[in-house]
Design a protein around this ligand. Structure first.
Ligand SMILES: NC(=O)c1ccc[n+]([C@@H]2O[C@H](COP(=O)([O-])OP(=O)(O)OC[C@H]3O[C@@H](n4cnc5c(N)ncnc54)[C@H](O)[C@@H]3O)[C@@H](O)[C@H]2O)c1
Length: 324
């Protein structure tokens, strides 16, 4: 089995990628400091605890496993916090990622699949978003990811690094077998928050009801986490076959409004979602959805699950089981 180093593999998307890697015949070696991850989510290969900033620890793991490829999920990803504490994001997401790229260079691993984000685009004029849409992030989190996309391009030109930057839209849903959960703390993603609100008789805040969208609420593109995971496996194969390095949108191409999402949650949970209407948040665009044609054309990838009701149900089933 070929080793793939999965940095941040104890987290939500990384743990799903480990399962997909294992099923495709790879040995996923998880490297994670557990700042947000969960050791019990490491189920398909060895676990090596360590921090991106620790060059010595990275070298030990590279020497021990000689990974043919790195998947890099480790980052802080709270947009609001990145505005109030940008240093935290510059240090972990930028300096930490450069530390990883340097460890790869020292140890002769020349392929990386990087978790980028739709937040690198910022507020866009034209929809659907393509990889050519200008990238103008509006917060330090998005900027930190864009900075690493630029570093990948530069390392590719100068040192021969082969890379794929996967620009995820809204990751959602859970493993179909119930093997893996979503346990962000704090949780900021709409689907788990709406499910919690329904199950615990809490309150879900809808920010903005006066957008220029059919029902007035904001529209986002929700992509199933297992589809994201599969795209990463295909990206390794693409780079192995000599595919050109570059960025790929990972999205369904379909927008779902907040109101539509809440209807899907109510159907999946079987309970109403208590709602509080609030004004728009600064920097929240009315609609974001993307074309993933490039990933389909070059990676042979297409999302298996485009139905928002099924995506939400996969999450609701897990939460109902694990959150009483
Ligand atoms: N969840 C989404 O909707 C979404 C959307 C776009 C992009 N992304 C990106 O995808 C990646 C994974 O997101 P997620 O939702 O699985 O997050 P997550 O917090 O569940 O996983 C991130 C993992 O990285 C680890 N980590 C963080 N800093 C580290 C460090 N310095 N050293 C070692 N490990 C470290 C954490 O412990 C955690 O296990 C992130 O890079 C995020 O920016 C996520």
């Amino acid at each position: 089995m070929k080793n793939v180093l999965v940095v941040g593999g104890a987290g939500y998307i990384g743990s799903h990628a480990c399962k997909a890697l294992f099923k495709a015949g790879y040995n996923p070696v998880v490297f994670d400091n557990l700042v947000y991850g969960h050791e019990d989510a490491v189920k398909w290969g060895p676990f090596e605890r360590g921090d991106l900033a620790d060059a010595g620890r990275l070298d030990e793991v590279f020497v021990a496993y000689r990974p043919e490829c790195v998947m890099h999920f480790a980052a802080y990803a709270y947009v609001g916090e990145s505005v109030t504490d940008p240093a935290k994001y510059y240090v972990n997401n930028i300096v930490g990622s450069i530390s990883l790229l340097e460890a790869m260079r020292r140890n002769g691993t020349d392929k990386i699949i990087f978790s980028s984000t739709c937040a690198t685009y910022g507020e866009v004029d034209d929809l659907p978003i393509t990889e050519e849409t200008p990238q103008n992030p509006v917060n330090p989190y998005g900027f930190s990811k864009l900075a690493i996309e630029h570093a990948l391009r530069d390392y590719g030109r100068a040192y021969g690094l082969k890379w794929a930057a996967m620009r995820y839209f809204n990751a959602a849903g859970l493993d179909a077998d119930g093997d893996l959960g979503e346990r962000h703390d704090p949780e900021t993603h709409a689907i788990p928050l709406a499910i919690f609100a329904a199950l615990r008789n809490g309150e879900f805040s809808v920010f903005g009801t006066d957008y220029n969208t059919p029902d007035g609420t904001a529209i986002r593109d929700y992509i199933h986490v297992s589809d994201l995971a599969q795209a990463h496996v295909l990206a390794i194969e693409y780079l192995n076959l000599g595919g050109e390095s570059g960025a790929f949108n990972l999205a369904t191409g379909r927008g779902t409004s907040v109101k539509e999402l809440l209807t899907a949650v109510e159907m999946a949970v079987g309970l109403p979602v208590p709602v509080k209407f609030a004004p728009r948040r600064a920097g929240d665009p009315p609609a974001l959805y993307a074309s993933a044609d490039k990933a389909e054309r070059l990676l042979g990838w297409a999302p298996c699950c485009r139905d928002i009701n099924l995506i939400v149900k996969s999450a609701a089933d897990w939460f109902k089981q694990h959150h009483n």
